[in-house]
Ligand binder design. Sequence first.
Ligand SMILES: Nc1ncnc2c1ncn2[C@@H]1O[C@H](COP(=O)(O)OP(=O)(O)OP(=O)(O)O)[C@@H](O)[C@H]1O
Ligand SMILES: [Mg+2]
Length: 141
Amino acid sequence: MIREPVQARPEATGRTSFITVRAEARAVKRVRDFVAEVHGHALGSEALYLAQTVAGELATNAVRYGGTETVIVRTYESAEGPVIEVVDRGCRMPELRGPSEDATSGRGLWIVEMLAARWGCTPPADGEKVVWAVVKISARR
Ligand SMILES: Nc1ncnc2c1ncn2[C@@H]1O[C@H](COP(=O)(O)OP(=O)(O)OP(=O)(O)O)[C@@H](O)[C@H]1O
Ligand SMILES: [Mg+2]
């Protein structure tokens, strides 16, 4: 692991929107569509694409490693920009892996690392953890 992704997430400045999806591959498309529904009016197309890509990678991980039938995605505005949270019940933490460890996987969180302003994960508590990311507002319209 390169760094422990534990840091505080920004606080919500407005209401939180959420969606609950079944933990299956096609859920990722629903999550991308949900992000577009919530943020499409405020974000330019480039920032929206970043937000959808980040949400899609986090949702894919929650489906794959979360160990539950459903995954919750929440999103809200903060002083730093839109925040995306993906909730699952897997007891392991996401790990930003060294890029050479495995050539065919371990890219998702690097994509998040590159495209998000910052991201992190709450330590699992009461069987729940939240992997979150702040969308880069420099890409805002
Ligand atoms: N929500 C999660 N719960 C538990 N472990 C996770 C979670 N997200 C990621 N991980 C761990 O972190 C590792 C790195 O995640 P990352 O998304 O970078 O790669 P990947 O999912 O293995 O492959 P790729 O995203 O390229 O298909 C995963 O292999 C997994 O061990
Ligand atoms: Mg992944």
